[in-house]
Design a protein around this ligand. Sequence first.
Ligand SMILES: [Zn+2]
Length: 207
Amino acid sequence: MAKEDAVTVNALVRQALVAAQEVMGENGLNAVLRASGLEHFVGNFPPNDLNPSIQASQYARFNAAIEEFYGRGGRGMLKRIGKASFEYGMREQSALLGIAAGAALKLLPERQKIKFILNQVAGALKKTNPQVEAWVDDSGERVAYLESTCAICQGRASQTPVCHLYVGSIGEAVRWATGREHEIIETQCIARGDPHCRFEVGDAKDA
Ligand SMILES: [Zn+2]
């Protein structure tokens, strides 16, 4: 039941709303907010703090509403919002992400760079909310990022993975760390009945 009661903190909701507005425009965002029962955020974003904002299931509904609103384009839209969301995080929360050590990254092999940034992302999320369970799995052929408290798919059911916003954020994080676009594949998703969402970092697209 703990998962049902999970909350998403203000700073993360604000980050997602700023990113969504950048990508969808104000009218698009407002339509989606109204469709997902979050009209109180219209013209009224939450503050940049770590207080509880909304239930994870409400955040999931917001994601689902974007997919419905844009139909076949929804998936790409969510990935773009995820990318913009990571960029916002880099601008506004770089201390939280602990990326001051970024210069030393250049010397690391690519796999180490990927592990570094994904560990930073997991650590930053845990700092914002102690309920979050996110980690990096380095045991397979591909480095993977996992979260068992993923708010994007909370309460949703689907035969295919639905956390496209997360795919976009992870892709941008990996691009930032390695300088190259990598394919990110969500191989497991809580919406599908898996115990966690799993995002594998595939080959670089220019390789
Ligand atoms: Zn998920």
